[in-house]
Design a protein around this ligand. Structure first.
Ligand code: LLP
Length: 422
């Protein structure tokens, strides 16, 4: 459920009229709904036993105002870089609710995380374990760690967001899990606290999760028998969301919570979850204006002012995002097939192909839905286009929480070498 709906013929974000907002902010822009973020977080957190740490995956939406909104509800943060760690801390999420994932943590990032006394490092390889041991013991610190294991389970999701099969770079191979734990137990400055697993993103079937969690539970028992302390199970993120309206909905969080609890409860571990998309995706939209309707030889193109630099998901993953008019079309409005495309000079700069929509004309505003996760965070300045700004709405209030970078700032961020000066 989200809080974007028509009122008086205009799409609103909570109580904010998006047509009026577009006049004030200019297009394109991302718009997030506080009520939707809060609802998604609560529904998810309430699906798990008390004491579970729900660490929002900052990679899905790193806007500091969004992080602060979730942090105030008790959310932790799953970070994958020093930059994300700094953002989470800046948003007021304490180190004790932060977990650090990722295959390539640098020593500087490790130091930063140790200084912030984060809850745990999810370590992904033996060399990373050794580096962390060196960094921690150099300052007399102790790094609480889990080892991310690769269960070799296919999550049945898009190949580019599959992480739990043996072919991917993620986690320690299943066959070396016990030896990696044995290494960790010997290293100075390392304290084993649990196990971590993450099998992919946009997963709409619970079975692969259940298979992976079942394997992890067996491994936990074996590791305990080896003498290790396994007090926490980090089960990763990955529960999918409906991108296609009217399609079968993905599993609801409570079914997911029940399954995860049932499979793992005999161990008596604290659970840690790292949801990103499930919380943020349907809490955000990208508002864009139709620049031109162009009649091609075989197709009609609706050229909008947002581009693949603002939202790259359709180009990268062939993802489907619903597109709706901000001004509500009448039920009997004429409909037409469009390719909805951006201004970027690439054929892949496309938001929808052959999509039947109510007729559009130049100047119309449209919203690209389910854009709150992996939208703004993946934007770039490709084609020297400043990425779309971000707006956060709460009831009838709104605030620009990341302003548009103006062209002068883009120019000012580069330097001319001496030999070209003058
Ligand atoms: N934890 C780890 C270790 C992850 O790698 C990820 C996502 C998450 C948590 C959060 O997963 P979520 O709950 O959001 O599914 N850019 C892609 C998605 C990449 C996801 C990578 N890892 C997209 O736009 O679909």
């Amino acid at each position: 459920m989200n809080h974007f709906s028509y009122s008086g013929g205009v799409l609103h974000a909570e109580a904010v009229d998006l047509d009026a907002l577009a006049e004030k902010v200019g297009t394109p822009f991302y718009c997030y709904s506080t009520a939707t973020l809060e609802r998604h977080y609560r529904v998810f957190a309430d699906s798990f036993p008390k004491g579970t740490l729900v660490a929002f995956s900052v990679k899905a939406n790193g806007n500091i105002a969004v992080l602060k909104t979730l942090g105030r509800l008790g959310a932790g943060a799953d970070v994958v870089s020093g930059g994300e760690l700094k953002k989470a801390l800046h948003a007021g999420i304490p180190g004790e609710r932060i977990v650090f994932s990722g295959v390539g943590k640098s020593r500087a990032e490790m130091k930063l995380a140790l200084d912030a006394r984060i809850y745990q490092f999810n370590v992904e390889s033996e060399p990373e374990l050794e580096a962390l041991s060196e960094v921690a013991s150099a300052t007399g610190a102790t790094a609480p760690i889990t080892i991310r294991v690769n269960p070799d389970v296919d999550a049945g999701t898009h190949a580019k967001i599959t992480t739990g099969t043996a072919e991917t770079k993620f986690g320690v191979p299943w066959s070396r899990a016990r030896s990696a734990y044995a290494l960790a137990a010997k290293l100075k400055g390392i304290q084993i606290v649990g196990i971590d697993v993450h099998i992919g993103s946009q997963i709409v079937d619970l079975q692969p999760f259940e298979t992976a969690f079942g394997k992890v539970v067996e491994l936990a028992a074996r590791l305990r028998a080896d003498g290790h302390t396994i007090a926490r199970l980090d089960l990763g993120g990955g529960l999918g969301v409906p991108y296609i309206q009217n399609n079968e909905p993905p599993p609801d969080p409570s079914a997911y919570g029940k399954m995860a609890t049932r499979v793992t409860q005999a161990l008596g571990c604290q659970l840690i979850l790292e949801p990103g998309r499930l919380i943020a995706a349907n809490a955000g939209i990208l508002v864009t204006r139709v620049l031109y309707i162009k009649q091609g030889e075989r197709k009609t193109f609706a050229i909008v002012d947002a581009g693949m630099n603002d939202l790259i998901r359709p180009a990268l993953y062939d993802s489907h995002h619903e597109i709706v008019r901000i001004n509500e079309p009448s039920p009997d409005a004429a409909r037409q097939r469009y390719d909805v495309v951006g201004p970027v000079c690439e054929t892949s700069d496309i938001f929808a192909a052959d999509r039947e929509l109510p007729q559009l004309k130049s100047g119309d505003l449209v919203a690209i839905l389910t854009a709150g996760a992996y939208g703004a965070v993946m934007s770039s300045a490709y084609n020297a286009r400043p990425p779309a700004p971000e707006v956060l709405v709460k009831g009838e209030l709104w605030s620009v929480v990341r302003p548009r970078t103006d062209d002068d700032a883009l120019l000012g961020s580069e330097r001319i070498p001496d030999w070209l000066a003058g």
